[in-house]
Design a protein. Structure first.
Length: 279
C-alpha cells in the first residue's frame, strides 16, 4: 500500500487490515513487535487551509492559524515480515481513536522481540546492496511515530539512490546466504519536538520558535572494512508543515550523504584496480 492513502483501519483478533480505494493490506498480529499511540495538532484542511489563510488581509491569516487546527492521533505499529525484516507503519486517526485501538493490544499482550542485524561470516557479498540497520534511539526520548517515519523514509530514499541494488532491513534474511556490501547505521544524538500550530500562529517568528529538530550520528561502513565514515546530520522543520515531516528531511539528507560516500568508495576502488603501464 502506497503512503498517504485514505481508508479504513480494521482491527480483528488476527490482523490489522487497512482498506482503501486501491485495495487492502494486512499486518498479522503474530508479526507485530510493538504498538504505540500519540498525537499532534495539525492545520484544518491541510494545504487548503493554508491557502485560505493567505487570502485573509491585514495579518488575519496569522491570527486564524491560532484556531484553525485540530488533533490527529497516530497509531504506530512495528512488525516483521516473513524474512525477519523490520517494518513500521503510522496510521493517522481521528482524535482519541489511537488510544482505543491500543486497548485491543493490551488485551492480547505482544511478546517481546528484538530486531537484530543480519550476521554474515565468510559469505559471498551481494554487490551494491546495503543494510539499513535499526537505529539506536537510546540517547534521546523520541516518539514512536518519528522513529517509524525516519526508518521507513530512509529505506525509500536509499532504495531510490542511483547504483543501489537491494536495501536490506534490520533483521532481514534473504535466504540466499549472501551479505550486503554496505551498511548504514543511525544513532540519535538529539531531538526536539516543535509545533506546526505555533509556527503558523507566530508568522515569520515561527521560523525560529516552535521548530522541530533531529540530530543523528551516522556511520557508513562496507563489508571489506576499508570504508568507515562517521558524520553528524541535522534536520530542522520550520514553517507550517507538520512536525513529523522532519523525518523525511533527515532521510533525504542521509541518502544524499550515502550517495556521496558510495561515489567516493567507487573512485577509490577504481584507483586501486588501475595498473600503471610504465610498470
Amino acid at each position: 500500500m502506497k503512503p498517504n492513502k485514505k481508508g479504513t483501519l480494521t482491527l480483528s483478533a488476527d490482523a490489522l487490515t487497512f482498506s482503501g480505494k486501491s485495495g487492502n493490506t494486512s499486518i498479522q498480529r503474530s508479526s507485530v513487535t510493538a504498538v504505540s499511540a500519540g498525537n499532534q495538532r495539525v492545520e484544518i484542511w491541510g494545504i487548503g487551509g493554508r491557502l485560505l489563510r493567505m487570502t485573509i488581509p491585514d495579518g488575519g491569516g496569522v491570527a486564524a492559524a491560532a484556531v484553525m487546527h485540530h488533533r490527529v492521533d497516530m497509531l504506530t505499529v512495528e512488525f516483521t515480515d516473513s524474512s525477519g525484516g523490520y517494518h513500521a507503519a503510522v496510521f493517522l486517526l481521528p482524535a482519541k481513536e489511537a488510544d482505543r485501538a491500543l486497548e485491543s493490544f493490551v488485551l492480547t499482550p505482544i511478546p517481546p522481540r528484538k530486531v537484530s542485524d543480519t550476521v554474515c561470516h565468510n559469505a559471498p557479498v551481494e554487490p551494491k546492496s546495503v543494510l539499513v540497520s535499526a537505529p539506536n534511539w537510546d540517547q534521546a526520548e523520541v516518539p514512536a511515530a518519528y522513529r517509524a517515519l525516519v526508518y521507513e523514509h530512509l529505506i525509500d530514499r536509499i532504495q531510490s539512490t542511483k547504483e543501489v541494488a537491494h536495501v536490506y532491513r534490520g533483521g532481514e534474511d534473504n535466504g540466499q546466504g549472501t551479505c550486503p556490501q554496505y551498511k548504514v547505521h543511525l544513532s540519535i544524538a538529539a531531538f526536539k519536538e516543535g509545533s506546526s500550530v505555533k509556527r503558523a500562529a507566530l508568522g515569520p517568528a515561527g521560523m525560529f520558535v516552535g521548530t522541530t529538530q533531529m540530530k543523528f550520528d551516522v556511520t557508513f561502513t562496507d563489508s571489506s572494512g576499508a570504508l568507515s565514515r562517521n558524520e553528524q546530520i541535522t534536520a530542522t522543520m520550520r514553517g507550517e508543515s507538520e512536525s513529523t515531516n522532519v523525518a523525511d528531511h533527515v532521510a533525504k539528507s542521509i541518502a544524499k550523504h550515502y550517495a556521496t560516500v558510495l561515489k567516493s568508495a567507487d573512485k577509490s576502488n577504481s584507483a586501486k584496480n588501475t595498473v600503471n603501464p610504465a610498470l
